[in-house]
Design a protein around this ligand. Structure first.
Ligand code: SF4
Length: 345
């Protein structure tokens, strides 16, 4: 672990009192404060010798059970999860000791994980991890949100037709929760996108994560023309909002969406390197959509995998993966043979 203290001198004085974690990147140092979500990237002679030692984030599916049964969901909701309160806590603490900064829990529905509220408290109090989770929002209550105040980084609400997201958003706004929405962008969303975006903004959403579709249903992929339409929309909203809300694009958009304003230039999604996906049956995957997985027992196994593999950039055999040429979809948004060949490898 790197002591952040010698680097605080580079921060504005009003930020120095915060509790910073130092996360080394190759030739850089990131200072991160889990309570505010502030990231500060330092780069110079003083950081030239640093090397990345751990993924920034673990995406962990903790349960398969869910209170909804959405038609598009690919999970077997009856499948038991290998995680218990104790094993998950032990695993996450070990990840924190390794140098991981954040965990992002998903499911199934993480609100149904046994002891979830207590788990958030205990993990926050006994590790330095920033705790995030994605939920359909239906089981959130004012009391739960008040209880976990100050103990988590971000709650992500998925926007489905099957969950009453406007009620959840109102609850999150009135309780002062830190949250954002996860919104899957498909061709069917484009015509109503602006109206929905403005509705969400008026409800109090200030953090929009726009997700690209990964999968083999051609009707859900954007065509090249629709990518352009989407790009124009994002750029226009970014300029109109003038900093009052964050618009984020998931890493799988890759270069399909070009010429939008970006904070950092990237040439890869970071799957298997910046983040790793951990399944409910204890498998490691480069990302949640990946066809490739290996079983593990302990955090040491995950660490050994990361140390050996993190420089590799393995594409997921699924149309829409940015690591595949042209995302493996044709001009009309239909999957190309390339993914079929890749899946056969
Ligand atoms: S490997 Fe492909 S599907 Fe996975 S995160 Fe990267 S771009 Fe997305």
């Amino acid at each position: 672990m790197i002591n952040p203290s010698p680097f605080l001198v580079y921060l504005p004085t009003e930020l120095r009192h915060l509790n910073w974690q130092a996360y080394p990147l190759d030739s850089k140092l990131l200072l991160f404060n889990r309570d505010t979500g502030i990231n500060v990237l330092l780069e110079g002679d003083e950081t030239a010798h640093f090397e990345c030692i751990a993924p920034r984030t673990l995406l962990i599916a903790i349960t398969n059970i869910c209170n909804l049964s959405c038609s598009f969901c690919y999970r077997d909701l009856k499948l038991a999860s290998a995680w218990t309160y104790e094993t998950l806590l032990e695993f996450c603490r070990a990840a924190s000791d390794w140098g991981v900064l954040e965990v992002a829990f998903g499911g199934g529905e993480p609100m149904l994980f046994k002891g979830w509220q207590r788990f958030i408290h205990e993990l926050y109090d006994t590790s330095s991890l920033c705790i995030n989770f994605t939920t359909n929002g239906m089981l959130l209550t004012d009391a739960f949100l008040k209880s976990i105040e100050g103990k988590y980084g971000n709650i992500r609400i998925s926007l489905y037709d099957t969950n009453d997201w406007s009620t959840s958003i109102q609850r999150l706004v009135t309780t002062g929760a830190r949250f954002g929405v996860n919104w899957l962008i498909t061709p069917g969303e484009l015509p109503q996108m602006e109206a929905k975006f403005l509705n969400l903004l008026s409800l109090g959403v200030r953090d929009f994560l726009l997700l690209s579709y990964k999968g083999n249903d051609p009707s859900l992929h954007l065509s090249y023309q629709q990518y352009d339409e989407f790009t124009t929309f994002v750029t226009r909203m970014h300029h109109s909002l003038n900093g009052i809300a964050q618009i984020k694009l998931d890493v799988c958009w890759g270069d399909a969406v070009q010429n939008v304003p970006v904070l950092f230039e990237r040439n890869d999604c970071g799957a298997g390197s910046d983040f790793i996906s951990i399944t409910s049956d204890r498998q490691i995957k480069p990302c949640s959509f990946h066809h490739w997985s290996i079983p593990f027992q302990t955090l040491d196994d995950v660490r050994a995998y990361w140390e050996k593999k993190h420089a590799q950039r393995q594409a997921a055999a699924i149309a829409g993966c940015a690591r595949l040429q042209d995302r493996a979809v044709n001009i009309d948004g239909e999957p190309k043979n390339e993914i079929i060949r890749l899946a056969a490898v």
